[in-house]
Design a protein around this ligand. Structure first.
Ligand SMILES: *[C@@H]1O[C@H](CO)[C@@H](O)[C@H](O)[C@H]1NC(C)=O
Ligand SMILES: *[C@@H]1O[C@H](CO)[C@@H](O)[C@H](O)[C@H]1NC(C)=O
Ligand SMILES: *[C@@H]1O[C@H](CO)[C@@H](O)[C@H](O)[C@H]1NC(C)=O
Ligand SMILES: *[C@@H]1O[C@H](CO)[C@@H](O)[C@H](O)[C@H]1NC(C)=O
Ligand SMILES: *[C@@H]1O[C@H](CO)[C@@H](O)[C@H](O)[C@H]1NC(C)=O
Ligand SMILES: *[C@@H]1O[C@H](CO)[C@@H](O)[C@H](O)[C@H]1NC(C)=O
Ligand SMILES: *[C@@H]1O[C@H](CO)[C@@H](O)[C@H](O)[C@H]1NC(C)=O
Ligand SMILES: *[C@@H]1O[C@H](CO)[C@@H](O)[C@H](O)[C@H]1NC(C)=O
Length: 909
C-alpha cells in the first residue's frame, strides 16, 4: 500500500512539472531557434537549446505564472554573428543580457528598440560598433542600460552624435556608456538632466570635451554616481556638481579640469568617494569642517594643489562619528606644511599616499596609531627628523612602506621587532646606517627591498646575505633587491640563483663587494636588471648566459674582471644596455654579440680588448645610441659600415691603435644629422637603473646619465688615423662634440666646419693639419671648448663673435705660423686690422646667470621649458650639459620612482 501511495504522489508531481514546462510558448521556442540559427556559437553554449521545454534552456528564464520568456542571459558566451529579428516574438522580455560577447563591430540592431517591455538591457563589452540606434529611446520602461566597455580592455566602437533619444527613457536609473564616442554629442548633459530618477551616470572614456559650467535647473537630484573620468574636459569644475545632494561617488579623474575646487564642495555632505586625479586643478583644497563626514575615498593626486593639508585633515576629524576614510591619496601635488598630528584621528585609514609634494617637518608619531594602515607612502617630500619604534606602534597591518627621498633617519634599537611584515620596503636615500638595519631580519615576506644610498657601511650580515645559512629570511618570491650606493662589504652569495629564483632586479652597484660573480646568477630566469658596477669584483665573467633570457640591463663596469667577453652573452637577445667598461677584459669581441640586436648602449671602454672592430657591428644594432670602445687595443681600419648605425649618437673609439683614414661614410650618421633630439627626458626606467656613460668631452671626463640621450659625440682621438678630415663630417649638424686629436691627420680643416652649429667642443689638436683656420669657425656660436694646438696651421686667427671668447693662447700653441690675437706674434698686415671689444663674452655671462636662476630645482616643467628654450639659445646648452645632470637626478628620481609607484598602484589596488 505504501508503495502505490508513493507512486501516485510521484505521478501527480511528474504531471504537474511537465505541464509547467509545457508552458514554453511555441512561437517563442521557434523565435529562440531562429535566434540561435543566426548566432555564431563557437563554444557551443547554446547546445541545450533543443527540445520543447525552452524555459529550461541555458540562459532562458520564463515567467512562472504566464510561461512567457522574461529574461535572456547570454552574457560571456563568446557569441557573435547576427541577431535575428525573430527576437521580437519575445513580447514579454524584460531583461536582455548580451554582454561580453563579440559581435565584430556590427551595429546594434534597430529593432532592439521594439522590445518594449525591457527593463534591463546589457550590451556592454560585446563589441558592437557604429552609431547607437536612437530607437532605443522607445524603451520607456528601461531602468538599466549598459552600452559600456566594462572592465574588459575591449575598445568600444560605438558612437553617438545626438543623445536626444536618452531623455525619453524616463524610467532609467542606471546608464553606462563607457567608451562610447560622444565627442559630437554636445547636448549630453542636457539630455541626462531630463531624467530625474537617474541614479548612476557612467560616461568614462567617452571623448567628451565640454561640460556646461552652469545649468538652468538641476534635475539630476537623485544621482548617486557620476563618472566622467578619462575624458578630455578642459574647463573649471562646474559648481552645480556639488549641488547634487545624493551624490556619493564622483569621478572626474584624468581630464583637463583646471582652476580651484568651488566652494560648493564644502557642503557636499553626501560624498563617499571623490576622485579628481590627473587634472590641472590648483589652489587650496577647501576646508570642510564638519561636512564630508561620509567620505571614504579621496584621490586628489597628480594636480597642482597647494596649501597645507592640515585644514583638510582637521576638518575631517571634526566629524562625529569619525568618517570611515580608508584611502587618502594626495600624492603629486604642491602641498606644503607638515603632516598634521590629527591624522591619527582618521582611524580607518588603510592607504595614505602623500608622496611627491613639498611637505616639511617631521612625521608625527601618531601615525603609529593608524592600526588599519596597509600602505604608507610619503616619499619625495622635504620631510626630516627621526622616526622610531613609536611611529610603528600599532601598524601591524602595514604591507607597503615608502619614506624614500626625504631627509629622514630611521633610528630603532638593534633588537626592535616591528609589529608588521612588509611586502614592499622602500627606503632609498634614508639614513639607516652606518650599521645594517637589524630589524630587517624579522621581515620574512617582502618581495621588494630598496635600501640603496642609505649610508650603510657594514658587512652584509650573514643572516641577511649568506643565503645558505639563513634560508628562511628571504622570501623566495623576492623580485627587487636594491642595495646600491652604500658601502656594503661581502661577496655575492654562491647560491643566489637557487635561493632567489624570482629576482627581477638586483642592483648592488657602488659598494665594496669583492669576490666573483657566481655562475648561479645564470639560473635566475626572470632577471631583467643586474647592476654590479663600481665594486671590487674580480675573476672571469660567468659564461653561462643561456637561461637569463629576459635580461635587459647588464652593468659590470668598474670592477676588476679579466678574461674574455663570454660568447654566451649573445644569447641575451633582449639586452638593451651592456656595460663591461673599466675592467681588464681582453681578447676579441665575440661574434655572437651581433644577436643582441636591441642594444641601445654598448660600453666596453677601458679594457684590453684587441683585434679589429668587426664589420658586423655596423650591421647588427639598429637601436644603438652609444658605442664606446675607448681605451682598448683595437687595431686596423675603422669599418665604414659603422655609419649604418642609424641611431648612433655617441661613437667613442678613441685611444686605440686604429689606423687608416676616417671613413667618408661618417658623414651619414642619421642621428647626428638631426638637430632636434627627441629630448626623451623620461628615459626608459628599468626599475631604478639609470644608464650612464663616462665621456671625455670639453677637455674633461663627464658622466652622463639622464641627459645621455641628448648627447651627440664622435671621439676618434689618440689613434693612428691619417689622411684628411672628410668634408662630409660637416654634414653632422647635430653634433655637439668632435674630438679627432692626437692622430696623424693632414690637410686643411674643412672649409664648412662652421656648419656644425651645435658643436660645443672641437678638438683637432696634435695632428698635422695645415693651412688657415677657416673663417666659418668664428660663426660657431655654441662652441665652448676649442683646441687646435700642435698642428701646422698658418695665417691670421679669424676674429668674430665666438672666437673672440677663446682668448687662451694655449689652444693655438704649437702652430708656428699662426698669428694675431690672442697670440703675441703679430701678423704681417696687423696694423690695418681694426680692434674689437669683448662685449659678447659679457653677454654670455649674464645669460648664464639667468639660466641657473631660472631653474627652480625640481620643476619638471621648468626643466622642459628651459630645455625647449635652449634649443634656440644655444649658448646655454654648455651650461646645461655641465650642470643639469645633477638637477635632472632629482627630476628623474621623482618622476621615475613615482612612475613605478603608479604602476604599482594601478596594478595592485
Ligand atoms: C552573466 O551576468 C550575471 C550578472 O549579470 C552573472 O551573475 C553571470 O555569472 C554572468 N554569466 C556569465 C557566463 O558570465
Ligand atoms: C569581422 O568583420 C570583418 C569585416 O567586417 C570580416 O572580415 C571578418 O571576417 C569578421 N570576423 C568574424 C569572426 O566574423
Ligand atoms: C570620436 O569621434 C570623432 C569624430 O567623430 C573622431 O574625430 C575621434 O577620433 C573619435 N575618438 C576616438 C577616441 O575614437
Ligand atoms: C546650486 O546651489 C547654489 C546655492 O545653493 C544655487 O545658487 C544654484 O542655483 C544651484 N545650481 C543649480 C544648477 O541648481
Ligand atoms: C585647455 O584649454 C586652454 C585654452 O583653450 C589651452 O590653452 C590648454 O592648453 C588646454 N589644456 C589642455 C590640457 O588641453
Ligand atoms: C563607518 O562604518 C561602520 C561599519 O561599517 C558604520 O556602522 C558607520 O555608520 C560608518 N560611519 C560613517 C560615518 O559612515
Ligand atoms: C655561509 O654559511 C654556510 C653554512 O653555515 C658556510 O658554510 C659558508 O661558508 C658561509 N658562506 C659565506 C660566504 O660566509
Ligand atoms: C610565493 O608565491 C606563491 C605564488 O604566488 C605563493 O603561493 C607563496 O605563498 C609565496 N611564498 C611566500 C613565501 O610568500
Amino acid at each position: 500500500m505504501k508503495g502505490s501511495n508513493f507512486l501516485s504522489i510521484a505521478m501527480i508531481f511528474m504531471f504537474l512539472s511537465s505541464s509547467l514546462s509545457l508552458g514554453c510558448v511555441t512561437s517563442e521556442r521557434r523565435a529562440l531557434l531562429n535566434l540561435k540559427e543566426g548566432l555564431q556559437d563557437p563554444l557551443n553554449e547554446l547546445a541545450s537549446w533543443k527540445g520543447f521545454d525552452c524555459c529550461s534552456w541555458n540562459g532562458v528564464d520564463c515567467d512562472h505564472s504566464t510561461g512567457f520568456i522574461s529574461s535572456l542571459k547570454l552574457n560571456n558566451t563568446a557569441l557573435g554573428g547576427k541577431i535575428s529579428p525573430s527576437i521580437l516574438e519575445l513580447k514579454h522580455l524584460t531583461s536582455l543580457d548580451l554582454s561580453l560577447n563579440d559581435f565584430n563591430e556590427t551595429n546594434i540592431p534597430e529593432f532592439v528598440g521594439s522590445l518594449r517591455e525591457l527593463k534591463y538591457l546589457n550590451l556592454s563589452s560585446s563589441n558592437f560598433g557604429g552609431p547607437i540606434p536612437h530607437q532605443l529611446g522607445n524603451l520607456s520602461k528601461l531602468e538599466y542600460l549598459d552600452l559600456g566597455a566594462g572592465w574588459s580592455s575591449v575598445i568600444n566602437r560605438l558612437s553617438d552624435h545626438d543623445l536626444g533619444w536618452v531623455s525619453n527613457l524616463f524610467s532609467l536609473r542606471y546608464i553606462d556608456m563607457g567608451g562610447v564616442n560622444l565627442t559630437m554629442a554636445n547636448n549630453w548633459l542636457d539630455e541626462f538632466n531630463k531624467l530625474p530618477s537617474l541614479l548612476e551616470l557612467r560616461l568614462s572614456s567617452c571623448s567628451i570635451n565640454v561640460i556646461p559650467y552652469s545649468l538652468p535647473f538641476l534635475n539630476l537630484s537623485s544621482l548617486t554616481v557620476l563618472d566622467l573620468s578619462s575624458n578630455n574636459i578642459n574647463s573649471t569644475l562646474p559648481p552645480w556638481i556639488f549641488n547634487m545632494t545624493s551624490l556619493s561617488m564622483l569621478d572626474l579623474g584624468v581630464n583637463a579640469f583646471h582652476g580651484e575646487i568651488p566652494d560648493a564642495f564644502k557642503s557636499s555632505s553626501s560624498l563617499s568617494t571623490i576622485i579628481l586625479h590627473f587634472n590641472h586643478l590648483e589652489g587650496k583644497i577647501p576646508t570642510t569642517t564638519g561636512t564630508l563626514c561620509k567620505i571614504e575615498y579621496v584621490d586628489f593626486s597628480w594636480n597642482n594643489f597647494s596649501g597645507e593639508i592640515t585644514e583638510l585633515v582637521e576638518g575631517l576629524s571634526q566629524c562625529h562619528p569619525a568618517p570611515n576614510l580608508t584611502q587618502l591619496i594626495l600624492a603629486h601635488n604642491l602641498l606644503s606644511g607638515s603632516i598634521p598630528s590629527s591624522t591619527e584621528n582618521l582611524s580607518s585609514l588603510q592607504v595614505l599616499f602623500l608622496q611627491s609634494n613639498r611637505l616639511t617637518g617631521v612625521i608625527p608619531e601618531g601615525l603609529g596609531r593608524l592600526s588599519m594602515l596597509r600602505r604608507l607612502d610619503v616619499s619625495s617630500n622635504l620631510l626630516n627628523g627621526v622616526i622610531s619604534e613609536a611611529h610603528f606602534a600599532n601598524l601591524s597591518r602595514l604591507k607597503e612602506f615608502d619614506i624614500s627621498l626625504n631627509n629622514i633617519s630611521l633610528t630603532v634599537s638593534s633588537d626592535w621587532v616591528p609589529p608588521f611584515q612588509l611586502n614592499i620596503i622602500s627606503m632609498p636615500s634614508c639614513h639607516l646606517g652606518p650599521d645594517f638595519p637589524a630589524w630587517l631580519r624579522t621581515q620574512k615576506g617582502f618581495s621588494e627591498l630598496d635600501i640603496s644610498n642609505a649610508g650603510i657601511s657594514d658587512t652584509l650580515p650573514d643572516w641577511f646575505w649568506n643565503l645558505t645559512r639563513s634560508l628562511p629570511l628571504f622570501n623566495p618570491n623576492i623580485t627587487v633587491l636594491h642595495l646600491y650606493d652604500n658601502s656594503f662589504e661581502g661577496t655575492v652569495p654562491l647560491d643566489i640563483g637557487a635561493t632567489l629564483p624570482m629576482l627581477k632586479n638586483l642592483l648592488l652597484s657602488n659598494n665594496l663587494i669583492t669576490g666573483t660573480i657566481p655562475s648561479s646568477v645564470c639560473e635566475m630566469e626572470y632577471l631583467e636588471v643586474l647592476g654590479l658596477a663600481n665594486n671590487f669584483l674580480s675573476g672571469e665573467l660567468p659564461r653561462c648566459w643561456g637561461s637569463t633570457q629576459l635580461l635587459k640591463i647588464l652593468d659590470f663596469g668598474n670592477n676588476n674582471f679579466h678574461g674574455s667577453i663570454p660568447a654566451s652573452l649573445g644569447s641575451l637577445t633582449f639586452l638593451v644596455s651592456l656595460h663591461l667598461n673599466n675592467n681588464s677584459l681582453s681578447g676579441k669581441l665575440p661574434e655572437s654579440l651581433k644577436n643582441c640586436t636591441g642594444l641601445v648602449t654598448l660600453d666596453l671602454g677601458d679594457n684590453r680588448l684587441a683585434g679589429e672592430i668587426p664589420i658586423w657591428m655596423g650591421e647588427s644594432f639598429p637601436n644603438l645610441m652609444v658605442l664606446r670602445l675607448h681605451s682598448n687595443r683595437f687595431v686596423g681600419k675603422i669599418p665604414t659600415e659603422l655609419s649604418l648605425l642609424t641611431s648612433l649618437q655617441v661613437l667613442d673609439i678613441g685611444n686605440n691603435s686604429l689606423s687608416g683614414t676616417i671613413p667618408i661614410s661618417f658623414g651619414d650618421f642619421t642621428a647626428m644629422i638631426e638637430t632636434q633630439k627627441s629630448g626623451d627626458l623620461l628615459y626608459e626606467i628599468w626599475g631604478s637603473y639609470v644608464d650612464n656613460v663616462v665621456l671625455y668631452m670639453q677637455g674633461r671626463e663627464l658622466t652622463y646619465t639622464k641627459t645621455l640621450d641628448l648627447v651627440t659625440s664622435i671621439d676618434l682621438s689618440s689613434n693612428k688615423l691619417h689622411g684628411k678630415i672628410p668634408d662630409e663630417l660637416t654634414n653632422l649638424v647635430g653634433l655637439i662634440d668632435l674630438d679627432l686629436s692626437n692622430n696623424e691627420l693632414v690637410g686643411k680643416i674643412p672649409e664648412k666646419i662652421g656648419a656644425l652649429k651645435m658643436l660645443l667642443s672641437l678638438d683637432l689638436s696634435r695632428n698635422k693639419l695645415y693651412g688657415p683656420i677657416p673663417p666659418s669657425l668664428s660663426t660657431m656660436t655654441s662652441l665652448n671648448h676649442l683646441n687646435l694646438s700642435y698642428n701646422d696651421l698658418s695665417g691670421r686667427i679669424p676674429t668674430g663673435s665666438q672666437l673672440q671668447t677663446f682668448n687662451d693662447p694655449s689652444i693655438y700653441v704649437g702652430n708656428t705660423d699662426l698669428c694675431g690675437p690672442p697670440l703675441s706674434n703679430k701678423c704681417p698686415d696687423d696694423d690695418k686690422h681694426p680692434k674689437t671689444n669683448a662685449t659678447a663674452s659679457h653677454e654670455n655671462e649674464s645669460e648664464a646667470v639667468w639660466f641657473y636662476s631660472s631653474i627652480p630645482p625640481g620643476f619638471a616643467f621648468g626643466l622642459l621649458l628651459v630645455y625647449g628654450v635652449m634649443l634656440f639659445k644655444s649658448t646655454w646648452r654648455f651650461a646645461f650639459f655641465l650642470s643639469i645632470d645633477s638637477m635632472y637626478d632629482w627630476f628623474y628620481v621623482t618622476i621615475g620612482v613615482n612612475m613605478r609607484r603608479l604602476r604599482r598602484k594601478f596594478g595592485a589596488e
